[in-house]
Write a protein that binds this ligand. Structure first.
Ligand SMILES: Cc1ncc(COP(=O)(O)O)c(C=O)c1O
Length: 443
């Protein structure tokens, strides 16, 4: 008698079921009438494997989170061992070893002066916490500062507060009436001294007008990620820090993307030699394993909230159920241990030099306008295509067919691979992108 076997799962069968129930992030779902959904079955090192047996180099570290490859042995071991001890407990009135050890480690690693750690569970939430804390700090000191300041072209997440301080129209425009008050000052157009000076001049004018009404300036230090891997100089950061400080404005360094070695130093702020009042961390913090974020802050900020419970309105009451989850903290501790024991920043320097060498070749292509690189980030900006041409999508589709996951930001094709990527994988990743861009010129 024939057994009534279930059809073997394939990308197509999984995708069919998926599309009848899941609403995906950052996606116009109608695109999937034509664009196949890739169903990932497993992953190891820099590779993702789908249900049809194809493998893809994860050239964007799964949205910039994965630092040491998928199914990393050391992180796996740490999470498994934590799982048998404590999976979760609330962090109000209770604590646990992984959160404590992680907080101690982060205080040690981040610039001196950031001495307190507040846990949350994703990047946008960390940004919300920093914005609320900054505003609340001033209020506790009897000052009403209802404005925030951020850079043009910035991205800080997509919850309402984080969207308000961001400047990527695609995500923000629709929600304009709901947003909190924020002013934007122009980001330097490039890394040159001239661009730096021009942007500082604009900042000076804004501060002279509104400086006393601004709680905090928030920046993605050195690189604006979602804004197209736009790089600006450390000098700008250094000067902006001095200028805003003189108005009593906090600096929030949003290192959610730049943190943990991405720009060549452990934190991008180190390159400008500045200590911000707040630093937000997430993404690479857990090596790409689990959602977790932290807001680092100075003792001065912490002290402004430390008072008797009866002083109503002074306590910082912000909570997420999964705040400081022990499994996520154990993944973070294992990630930081890899940095410590394996000389990662030094090894990355050699890899990024190799990536940069290969990047130079893209200049030859007639549709390439600019190339940019810093640390383990490299980007190629195309010229002459309007947004509705969606050339990024063409590059994405071609690269997938060739076994590379690239996810361009508009006309910017970028590489942000896991740090364990090897030379031959770098070759494949970049040669594939080169051919994808070259093909566009022939269409
Ligand atoms: C600089 C920066 N801040 C905040 C966020 C938001 O983080 P999440 O996606 O975890 O909410 C991102 C995400 O890309 C980011 O790049």
């Amino acid at each position: 008698m024939k057994k009534n076997r279930r059809k073997r799962d394939s990308n197509e069968t999984i995708a069919q079921r998926d599309l009848s129930v899941i609403w995906h992030p950052c996606t116009q779902m109608k695109d999937h009438e034509k664009l196949p959904m890739i169903a990932i079955k497993k992953a190891r090192g820099p590779y993702l494997y789908d249900f049809d047996g194809n493998r893809y180099i994860d050239a964007i570290s799964s949205w910039w989170v994965n630092l040491f490859g998928h199914a990393n042995e050391k992180i796996n071991k740490a999470v498994k061992s934590q799982l048998d001890r404590l999976e979760h407990v609330l962090l109000a009135g209770f604590t646990h070893e992984p959160a404590l050890r992680l907080a101690e480690k982060l205080v040690e690693l981040t610039p001196k002066g950031l001495e307190r750690v507040f846990f949350a569970d994703n990047g946008s939430s960390a940004v919300e916490v920093a914005l609320k804390m900054s505003y609340h700090y001033h209020r506790n000191l009897g000052k009403e500062r209802e404005l925030f300041l951020s850079l043009s072209n910035s991205y800080h997440g997509e919850t309402i507060g984080a969207l308000s301080v961001g400047d990527v129209g695609l995500y923000k425009e629709t929600y304009e009436p709901l947003l909190i008050k924020n002013i934007q000052t122009p980001v330097p157009e490039d890394e040159s001294q001239e661009a730096t000076k021009k942007a500082l001049y604009a900042l000076e004018k804004i501060l002279a007008r509104d400086g006393k009404r601004i709680s905090a300036m928030i920046v993605e230090p050195l690189v604006q990620g979602a804004g197209g891997m736009h790089i600006y100089s450390a000098d700008y950061l250094k000067e902006a820090r001095k200028m805003t400080e003189s108005y009593g404005i906090h600096l929030i360094a949003d290192e959610i993307m730049t943190g943990f070695g991405r720009t060549g130093t452990m934190f991008a702020c180190e390159q400008a030699d500045i200590v911000p009042d707040f630093m937000t961390l997430s993404k690479g913090l857990t090596g790409g394993y689990m959602p977790l974020s932290t807001v680092m802050m100075t003792e001065d900020i912490y002290s402004a909230f430390y008072c008797d419970y009866s002083q109503r309105g002074k306590s910082f009451l912000h909570s997420h159920s999964y705040t400081g989850n022990p499994l996520a903290c154990s993944a973070a501790l294992a990630t930081l241990e890899i940095f410590e024991k394996e000389n990662i920043l030094e090894k990355n320097r050699k890899k990024s030099a190799y990536i940069y060498e290969k990047l130079k070749k893209f200049r030859k292509l007639e549709n390439v306008e600019k190339i940019r690189n810093i640390g383990m980030i490299a980007a190629v900006e195309l010229s002459g295509y309007s947004a509705d041409k969606r050339v990024g999508l063409e590059v994405y589709k071609y690269a997938l067919r060739k076994g590379v996951l690239l996810r361009p930001l508009g006309n910017v094709i970028y590489f942000m691979p896991p740090y364990i990527i090897k030379r031959k994988e770098i070759d494949k990743m970049m040669d594939t992108a080169y051919r994808a861009i070259e093909r566009l010129t022939k269409k």
